[in-house]
Design a protein. Structure first.
Lengths: 302, 218, 302, 218
């Protein structure tokens, strides 16, 4: 009991005994984890951003001018009952014209020509699909079936584009994963070497401890604690810096260039990232000090 | 207590630091180890506390063959021993008090016990007034006495001292030797490596004499 | 002469004598500079990307249907002679229709209505301006003047958008500068502390050198060389890694998701970046080891 | 050559490591500095080579007041001296050969000259066969001899030796002292701090004796 207490005391004292190297390594770890956090956050926000785009796969079916109201209503009901479909909206010829001029205000001049004649735009059904995993093929089939109906004049589908977006999303998460891996590797490498340096630095001390009868774990324990603590404190500081950076930077930017304020809206920093940072930092600290010990704290005589 | 059987030690090829050394020391003996510079005294002591391994031969400490002690159990051997190192081996980032406390700390002894033991040891070597100094801030002789205090603080079964009075004046050296005698009187085996012929004459005991790695008298 | 040679030899030997710490610090420096290089490159390529957009400020003047040919030609000549104007293009009513359907293929259905009647789109003049520094106001004035002419029905200008883009560009370069500053600061901090650690590590050695009669600069010189060399080698390695990353990553990405290959075209890595990296690395190494020495290698007795 | 005028040294309040020490050593003298452990011998030597500064008093080396030497010129003072440190102060990441070469290297001497000087010094202390070892791999006495070789290799004007035979057997100690005598015969001033009464009797010279920081005989 007393031995364990003394070991802990020893571990903490050691950290302060080697202020310099620990301060340095702690700074490096915080820095690496901060970069990690920033990349992580960027990946996350790109993910959210792209998610917004890809959530809706839409198809627009243009109706023939001579399509009758019951036929149209029939189709709407049918589509609404389909499990793949999320929403169906009917757009009349007039609505289409209004929407068009709203969407392309530059073409006001072009449209002004037709002001008096009836709307040149066809009525349409806008169908939004539910997007779950890989039901794209079913949706494609459904779209083709609807298209063949006699009241449909043509269609417009953003399915290809949705696929592309999903791909980009996948690509970005792979890049993020890749980058995270590299950064984790670098963090581990640094902590591993810091512990190695620490062991090297305290070689004499360790040897003296052994010579006066210290058990192996009594010597190892402080290093493990130290590694974990370095990782932990480093990640907490990185988290705080990340938070500060994401909060302060947009404010600064908004102040300097208030036009682009909306562009860099970091409002929702997921709490998740902090937890991940801290777990990661502590874990890296533990594991790499453990490995470093195993490799470098070999007994002198064998 | 300490038995050497045909022990050889080679650091580099074709040069024996120890060659065919055999002797045995009884429990409770007080004896000297002597020999010219480079004769192998420190090497012999290092073999006893297994900082070095013999090239050939067997070493028995407390009837235990040191060759057979696994790394994990080595601390048990070391805890039987109190060692004064020739180069002191003090921790420079700790006070003298803390240095002397280390052997007790690693044994998991409680603070109050540690405190009284360390203070006793400090008094024995006359360093109570240097308690809170770090080793770099005391004189060479004072450092040597810290090393001696650390060796005796944990009540070892065997005391090994490598040149323990090299930095001490004659008067203090005699006092330290008297201290070793008192410790020996409590049944502790004491082996002292020394060059000091004068001191050995004042304390006539059995002498192991090395010459170029060979034991020429025992 | 011989003293200088011996000093150099000593400096280089020292680097190898303290392999561990130098390897570590070198790795950290390379890493920091790599991150620096990546950010630098990203800023650069965003810059190029946005530059493409903002290069052309355009205005489109819609002509009244009753505008006569000579009047139009007059205006064109006048505009072409103006120093602010780069190019003037006349677009007839038919051309406008073709362009429209090309630009908005989704609206094919809408347009098909007018197939037989004359084109509903007005003829127009597309004017591209030269964009040099801050001549926006002059361009604005010119546009207002042209607008007042009797043959002009309306106008469409992307000047506001161009301003916005210029702002974004400015914003990004500020962000890049900001980030670079932080990274330079961190690199310096690390080298500063590595040298400090090194001094600390070799305190005894330095002291012994002093005691046997070494001059101050004989002791300082190896550290300076060492700092500069660390920075230099670190930046060279960072440069190589950056090059490898920018070359290999798109290849890897293209292999994995061949759709997005065009998106990440890192073809032209400016050589500039390498030179900047190396100068920066060496400079940081020199300056921070110099500062570290000044602060930490004080003579023991005063 | 070495003059002390009412020199005081205090490391901590209310404790004088040296108090009112005055003496003068002529060029070419050979003398001993003695006193119990902690008497102030090492402190006195440190004041000579300006590793420590006196609290009060003046110290003249070669007629130069050390108090007035600026940091930038300190190396000139140090180059007049050869010093054997009580704790050797060897560089552990260099071989014995390289250790002995350091004082010559920092003076910018050419390689061939260095080589012959170092080899001569190695021969004088009997360590030619340990040339390529690092200090950690030789015995305590051998390390001490390396320290001695380094002190004499650059032909100093003054040789200061702090306990230079603490780790040597009597025979070798006598030899080292004879070496010091030969060096002294070349006109070099030699000041040796030692506890060894026996050796001082064998080499009867002037003795500076310290007791608790006070010079009680000179
Ligand atoms: N840096 C220091 N800080 C505080 N006290 C010191 C320092 N250095 C030495 N002392 C004290 O000053 C006194 C004289 O020390 P010094 O080293 O000069 O003794 P010495 O005569 O060389 O002894 P020894 O024979 O044991 O080497 C000692 O009591 C020592 O504890
Ligand atoms: N690690 C080592 N590697 C190589 N040789 C060594 C090593 N340690 C000691 N030696 C050599 O072995 C011989 C015996 O050394 P040891 O330290 O045992 O001598 P010693 O009797 O203690 O001498 P001293 O009285 O000078 O301390 C010496 O010649 C020394 O140079
Ligand atoms: Mg020895
Ligand atoms: Mg001393």
């Amino acid at each position: 009991m007393n031995l364990i207490k003394s070991t802990f005391t020893n571990a903490f004292k050691n950290i302060f005994r080697n202020k310099l190297i620990n301060f340095l390594s702690f700074g490096i770890i915080a820095f690496t984890l901060l970069i990690f956090g920033i990349f992580n956050y960027l990946t996350y926000s790109l993910d959210v951003f792209i998610g917004d785009f890809s959530r809706n796969i839409e198809a627009i079916f243009y109706l023939k001018d001579d399509a009758r109201q019951p036929e149209i209503e029939n189709l709407i009901t049918e589509l609404e009952e389909n499990l793949l479909v999320k929403k169906v909206t009917f757009k009349s010829k007039n609505q289409a014209e209004i929407d068009f001029s709203r969407r392309f205000p530059e073409l006001e001049y072009a449209l002004s020509e037709f002001k008096d004649s009836p709307s040149p735009f066809p009525a349409s059904l806008e169908v939004t699909f539910r997007q779950e995993n890989n039901i794209d093929i079913k949706i494609s089939t459904l779209i083709k079936e609807v298209e063949k109906l006699s009241i449909i004049e043509g269609k417009e589908v953003n399915l290809d584009w949705a696929k592309q977006v999903t791909n980009i999303k996948k690509f970005i998460s792979v890049v993020g994963f890749f980058l995270s891996l590299i950064l984790i590797f670098i963090s581990s490498f640094i902590i591993f070497n810091v512990i190695k340096l620490n062991i090297f630095f305290r070689k004499d001390e360790i040897n003296i401890f052994r010579l006066v009868g210290a058990q192996d774990w009594y010597i190892r324990f402080p290093f493990i604690i130290e590694g974990a603590l370095l990782g932990f404190v480093g990640s907490v500081v990185a988290g705080i810096l990340l938070f500060a950076a994401l909060k302060l930077f947009p404010a600064y930017a908004a102040f300097m260039f208030n036009i682009v304020k909306g562009m860099i809206d970091f409002e929702d920093i997921p709490f998740n990232i902090f937890i991940r940072l801290i777990l990661l930092g502590t874990g890296i600290g533990l594991v790499s000090s453990f490995l470093s010990l195993r490799q470098h704290l070999k007994p002198s005589n064998d | 207590m300490i038995e050497f059987y045909h022990v050889y030690k080679q650091y580099v090829k074709s040069q024996f630091a120890l060659s065919d050394v055999s002797f045995s020391i009884e429990k409770g003996e007080f004896l000297f180890l002597t020999g010219a510079s480079g004769a192998g005294k420190t090497t012999l002591l290092k073999l006893i506390f297994k900082e070095e391994l013999p090239g050939k031969g067997q070493i028995l400490i407390d009837s235990e063959n040191t060759n057979l002690i696994p790394q994990k159990k080595l601390f048990k051997l070391r805890r039987k021993l109190g060692i004064v190192f020739q180069d002191f081996k003090l921790l420079n980032n700790r006070t003298i008090y803390e240095n002397i406390a280390v052997p007790l700390l690693v044994r998991g002894i409680r603070r109050p016990t540690i405190d009284s033991s360390v203070n006793d040891a400090l008094a024995l070597v006359g360093l109570t007034h240097r308690k809170h100094y770090i080793p770099a801030h005391v004189s060479g002789g004072e450092q040597q006495r810290v090393a001696i205090a650390r060796a005796i603080v944990a009540n070892p079964k065997i005391l090994l001292a490598d040149e323990p009075t090299g930095n001490l004046d004659t008067e203090l050296s005699i006092e330290i030797f008297k201290l070793f005698e008192r410790i020996n009187a409590n049944g502790i085996t004491v082996l002292i490596a020394t060059h000091d012929d004068h001191l050995m004459q004042l304390f006539p005991r059995r002498v192991l004499k090395l010459d170029k790695g060979k034991l020429i008298s025992h």
